[in-house]
Design a binder for this molecule. Structure first.
Ligand code: FAD
Length: 384
């Protein structure tokens, strides 16, 4: 069996690797360089605290791989298990966190609900009086996305995957309703690759790839920004990935007391993935750091923004991915919102199961088909 994977981000690489491990011949086509899409612009967060069971299941299946990554692939991805701390300002949000924790505990996640005063134990620089409650899980954390790309690329090559960078897919070929291969830009005599399966792992470009196969996927690119900040008081490297849910703001420690500051600032909900502004907007970043100073003692007017960047979430209407065989021969693995880095290991294995077994078994992905958007009002939105 031969499969073409479109996209050399973390999802495409994990899929290519998992397919090759199952004995499939794989060609991965990446129009730019590996990891240069959303993956290299991610904060690298890895967590199992979610508000829906399917996202928790994707996390738990992925964590097994993140935990053994160096052993399996020979690359240390700097996986730091510092925990994630979700903070709620509103009572209603706190109540939701409490319910999430109960559901997560049932599925085996060691998260706990905390009263505001108890958050100091995990994050000393928090102004806990701003909050009504929190949730924390010690097995969450973050890793380095560039190193993860390197690790998966190395493992994929080792398993026999042909990684073709600078190779843009411009068309998807069909025969009698089945997808049978791809067409490439700048055809140098090999402008077509026949395939038994084509995998759409094109992140924010997913909708365009879908259209090449006559499929309309509700996946929109949404611009998000992040800044590397030297705070007024160093952020301890043991601090968790800390999220002020109601304000839509977060930070996590970087090396040497610095921090990554991100959140819903300066969002562009309908960015063009080929033409969006990839840099940080300095004024918006300064305002975001100032706001972070309202709920922590780390940031203030003398904080210095070292650098920053923007990237794209690929979002669906319910913030859950689409993982399915969309039409015969076309497997879709897209729309991961802010969770695609952490969920890539499980997704790769699910893609391989769909191609090799005709159905997925690692995680019940029955709720992740694109058909759910046709039944309006029936999908459960992921809010955390
Ligand atoms: C600011 C920010 C912070 C984030 N933080 C986190 C986080 O903490 N944790 C987390 O899990 N996730 C996070 N995310 C989300 C995460 O980055 C994405 O969900 C994930 O990287 C998606 O990976 P992907 O492989 O699907 O997409 P991408 O990495 O975008 O890869 C898609 C690839 O497809 C290629 N491509 C597109 N069209 C074609 C074509 N026609 N032919 C060939 N190749 C093509 C592109 O060049 C690109 O390299 C964050 C995202 C942003 C923007």
């Amino acid at each position: 069996m031969h499969t073409v994977v479109i996209g050399g981000g973390i999802v495409g690489l994990a899929s290519a690797h998992a397919l090759a491990e199952r004995g499939v011949e794989v060609t991965l086509c990446e129009k730019g360089s590996l990891g240069a899409g959303s993956t290299g612009r991610s904060a690298g967060g890895i967590r199992a605290q979610f508000s829906t069971p399917v996202n928790v299941a994707l996390s738990l299946a992925s964590l097994e791989v993140w935990d053994a990554f160096e052993e399996r692939f020979g690359v240390d991805v700097a996986h730091r298990r510092v925990g994630y701390l979700f903070l709620a300002r509103e009572e209603e949000t706190a109540e939701r966190l409490r319910e999430n924790v109960a559901m997560q505990n049932e599925l085996g996640v060691p998260s706990e609900f905390l009263d505001p005063a108890a958050t100091a134990e995990h994050c000393g620089g928090l102004r806990s009086d701003r909050f009504a409650g929190a949730s924390y899980s010690p097995t969450d954390g973050f890793a380095d996305p560039d190193l993860a790309v390197e690790g998966y690329a190395r493992a994929a090559r080792g398993a026999g995957v042909e990684l073709r960078t600078g190779t843009e897919v411009t068309g998807i070929r069909r025969d009698g309703g089945r997808v049978v291969g791809v067409e490439l830009a700048g055809a140098n005599g090999d402008g077509r690759i026949p395939a038994d399966y084509v995998v759409n792992a094109a992140g924010p470009w997913a909708r365009r790839i879908g259209r090449m196969a006559g499929v309309e996927l509700p996946v929109a690119p949404r611009r998000r920004q992040m800044a590397v900040v030297e705070p007024e008081r160093p952020v301890p490297e043991s601090d968790p990935f800390t999220i002020d849910l109601d304000a839509g703001s977060y930070f996590r420690p970087e090396d040497g007391g610095a921090a990554l500051v991100g959140g819903q600032w300066g969002e562009d909900p309908d960015a063009d993935p080929d033409r969006y502004h990839e840099g940080m907007d300095p004024e918006q970043a300064a305002a975001a750091v100032e706001r972070a100073g309202e709920w922590t003692t780390y940031f203030g007017p003398d904080s210095r923004i070292r650098r920053g960047w923007a990237g794209l979430y690929a979002v669906t209407p319910d913030n859950h991915p689409i993982i399915e065989e969309t039409v015969p021969g076309l497997i879709t693995a897209v729309g991961f919102s802010g969770h695609g880095f952490m969920h890539a290991p499980a997704t790769g294995r699910l893609v391989a199961e769909l191609a090799c077994d005709g159905e997925a078994s690692l995680v019940d992905i029955g709720s992740l088909g694109s058909g759910r958007f046709e039944k309006r009002g029936e999908t459960e939105r992921n809010v955390v």
